[in-house]
Design a protein around this ligand. Structure first.
Ligand SMILES: NC(=O)C1=CN([C@@H]2O[C@H](COP(=O)(O)OP(=O)(O)OC[C@H]3O[C@@H](n4cnc5c(N)ncnc54)[C@H](O)[C@@H]3O)[C@@H](O)[C@H]2O)C=CC1
Ligand SMILES: O=C(O)C1=N[C@H](C(=O)O)C[C@H](O)C1
Length: 239
């Protein structure tokens, strides 16, 4: 597969190396700090799929450009979801292909699945409060993490005592606290904690490297071309 990498930072480089190991061709690399704008240098025919990991402020424009050029796009950038419905509408209008996941790791997507199951069971049996922590490297721009937001949505859907989230200690019982920590080069840890008077139950995912994110993004890129629509890891992994 001929892959266009949009963003060649920590994730773009990890994905590029793994893509070559998996027998793919890097058709081009677009990075803000490169000397030229490379999307313009590519005809859609020269690219099978683009993989976009850049910045919260640039992801939406990059996705729209890919869709406009008929390039299927796998986007991993977080912090731009206030524009997601516009991207969905353009995908539908143009018959394009868009894949988005706040976290491409297979392990985190299992974590999302178990998170929703646990939230529903905790709501059913009662007596527990719930809170979340996410820990990332100090270069991370957005807060809370995209992964924490997806996990929070899963809790709010199944645990009616929480109706909203707050990126700080909860001030009201109905708020789900998401505590964000930034330390060193922490790759990404997410912890959901349920506490009752008598015990504590935790669901935790800790990424040891970026390889898991990169592999998931490549699995999505291998799967997406030829599938018009908007997709995520639930469709890819059949969760
Ligand atoms: N969905 C997932 O599984 C994961 C998502 N991420 C997200 O991916 C994004 C990138 O993460 P990292 O690679 O760690 O960041 P990074 O800062 O190491 O790399 C980002 C790169 O994008 C470039 N860039 C910025 N604006 C650009 C633009 N308009 N066009 C082209 N290139 C541009 C920068 O020059 C930089 O080289 C973040 O939003 C992060 O939260 C990170 C890891 C996993
Ligand atoms: O910026 C990161 O590094 C990560 N971002 C994603 C997020 O915001 O959830 C995924 C992963 O946790 C790493």
């Amino acid at each position: 597969m001929r892959i266009l990498l949009i963003g060649y930072g920590k994730m773009g480089q990890t994905i590029g190396a793994l893509a070559v190991q998996r027998g793919h061709e890097i058709a081009g690399i677009v990075d803000l700090h490169a000397s030229q704008s490379i999307i313009a240098d590519f005809t859609p025919e020269a690219v099978d799929v683009a993989i976009e990991f850049t910045h919260p402020d640039s992801a939406f424009a990059n996705v729209m450009t890919c869709l406009g050029q008929g390039i299927p796009v796998v986007c991993g950038s977080t912090g731009w979801l206030h524009h997601f419905e516009e991207a969905r509408a353009l995908t539908t209008e143009l018959g394009g292909s868009l894949f988005y996941a706040s976290n491409y790791s297979v392990g985190v997507n299992l974590f999302f699945h178990f998170n929703e199951y646990i939230a529903a069971k905790m709501a059913q049996y009662g007596g527990y409060d719930v809170a979340m922590r996410e820990i990332h490297h100090t270069q991370k721009i957005d807060q809370p993490s995209g992964t924490a937001l997806t996990a929070a949505e899963g809790i709010l859907r199944h645990f009616p005592a929480k109706t909203t989230w707050r990126n700080a200690p909860a001030e009201m019982p109905a708020e789900l606290a998401i505590i964000s920590e930034r330390t060193g080069d922490a790759v990404g840890t997410h912890i959901v904690t349920y506490t009752s008077d008598v015990d504590t139950l935790e669901l935790k995912h800790e990424a040891h490297s970026r390889e898991g994110f990169a592999l998931g993004a490549l699995l999505a890129a291998e799967w997406l071309p030829g599938r018009p629509g908007v997709f995520g890891m639930k469709e890819l992994l059949d969760l």
